[in-house]
Design a protein around this ligand. Structure first.
Ligand SMILES: [Zn+2]
Ligand SMILES: [Zn+2]
Length: 399
């Protein structure tokens, strides 16, 4: 749901430099835009797709300011019923308009993957900002990242990081480690090393150097001992009960993962059921969600925020989707009033899932540009009915 440098936006995904942009996807520098996709520099637009610097457009059709305002009033965007009607229409309209080979901005150079911004020479990235000379990186959300490979989260001055997760903030030359920051340098097989330098196989250390298994050595001792351990890891690699080999050069084995698969975000990106997850060696923890007694059925919610009174804060509303109870908190109610939007009929989790479902997932496919038939490598599967253009065809037509 990447959002960047934006204010008063709601129900949107992939937005940059926006103000008052609602229920829209991949819009950049837009103001007062509703149910739109891939619009740049637009103001006062509803249900528009692939427009540049447009204003007062509804479903890509231009109106005078007065006509636009009249039509906007008729759409009743301040009512739940009005939003539902328009959402469906906008979705159908959007599906008939071309998508670009990947989502991102036009400041990229020589990239592939999806949700890529201000990057160059970066291949098969997923949610990446300001990366350079990198491959298979994901969730790199803070600038800058350089010369990294197989790396998840989060950048911020990361360089030469390999097979690491959540290593960032001036981290450099580190491998097979997780949760090490800031200023991590030359770490291998480390977890939770804060400002560590030249450590190997260490956990929960702060500002330590030349440590192996949390014990400090001289530089010479460290290098000799580390070389011996690495040689042994290659000679006698760890095997799990599924005969998978975890030798030197691989990330930590799955058995060390502290998170059950179904409690982590991995299940959203790569869905697996319990049997499949357990079979592949992931953890799983069944959980019972707390049950709250519903005090207000969703059908009794006022259609407009102006008819919603403060006592809504005392109610437990039954979610229209999952039927579980959810509450509206004061800050949320204030924000909805400021935006003139109705109280949502779904709980926060269901709304988050809906936005997540609107995003492409970190999978790439070979298919053809629907215009020039050139081969493209894209997150849209060949059987996906959406019209997908290569970057050149897309820019020729819409930029
Ligand atoms: Zn729900
Ligand atoms: Zn093309």
């Amino acid at each position: 749901m990447r959002g960047w440098n934006s204010e008063l936006c709601y129900g949107s995904i992939g937005f940059t430099n926006n103000y008052r942009t609602f229920f829209s996807d991949q819009c950049d520098s837009c103001v007062d835009v509703w149910f739109s996709r891939n619009c740049y520099g637009c103001t006062n637009c509803i249900g528009c797709v692939n427009l540049r610097n447009a204003s007062h457009c509804i479903f890509n059709e231009k109106y005078s300011k007065e006509e636009y305002e009249k039509k906007m009033g008729d759409l009743e965007l301040d009512s739940w019923a009005g939003l539902q009607k328009l959402e469906k229409k906008a979705k159908d309209f959007s599906l008939r308009k071309p998508y670009r080979e990947y989502n991102g901005d036009s400041f990229n150079m020589n990239v592939s993957g999806d949700h890529i911004y201000w990057s160059r020479n970066t291949k098969e990235g997923y949610i990446v900002n300001n990366a350079e000379n990198s491959k298979w990186c994901q969730l790199i959300t803070v600038q800058d990242t350089k010369d990294c490979y197989d790396y998840t989260g989060w950048g911020n001055g990361a360089q030469l990081i390999y097979e690491c997760s959540n290593v960032g903030e001036n981290a450099g030359s580190s491998k097979f480690s997780c949760l090490c920051f800031p200023d991590a340098l030359n770490l291998e097989y480390c977890m939770w090393n804060i400002a560590g330098k030249n450590n190997f196989g260490c956990v929960n250390l702060k500002r330590k150097k030349y440590c192996i298994l949390n014990k400090e050595y001289s530089k010479e001792e460290f290098e000799t001992l580390k070389a011996q351990i690495v040689a042994d890891m290659k000679k006698n690699p760890q095997k799990d009960d599924k005969e998978r080999v975890w030798s030197y050069g691989e990330f930590f084995p799955l058995s060390l993962c502290p998170f059950p698969y179904n409690h982590s975000n991995a299940i959203k990106f790569v869905p697996k059921d319990k049997a499949q997850a357990l079979k592949e060696g992931y953890g799983w923890a069944d959980m019972e969600l707390p049950v709250h007694k519903i005090t207000l059925q969703v059908s009794l919610l006022p259609d407009k925020i102006k008819d919603t009174e403060d006592n809504i804060l005392n109610e437990v509303i039954g979610c229209d989707e999952c039927k579980r109870g959810y509450k509206i908190v004061k800050g949320e109610l204030d924000l909805l009033r400021k935006m003139n939007l109705p109280v949502p009929h779904k709980c926060p989790k269901c709304r988050e899932n809906e936005r997540f479902d609107r995003m492409t997932k970190p999978r790439m496919y070979h298919r053809q540009c629907d215009k020039c038939k050139t081969k493209i490598y894209t997150p849209y599967a060949p059987q996906d009915p959406r019209i997908v253009y290569c970057v050149q065809c897309y820019q020729a037509e819409f930029l």
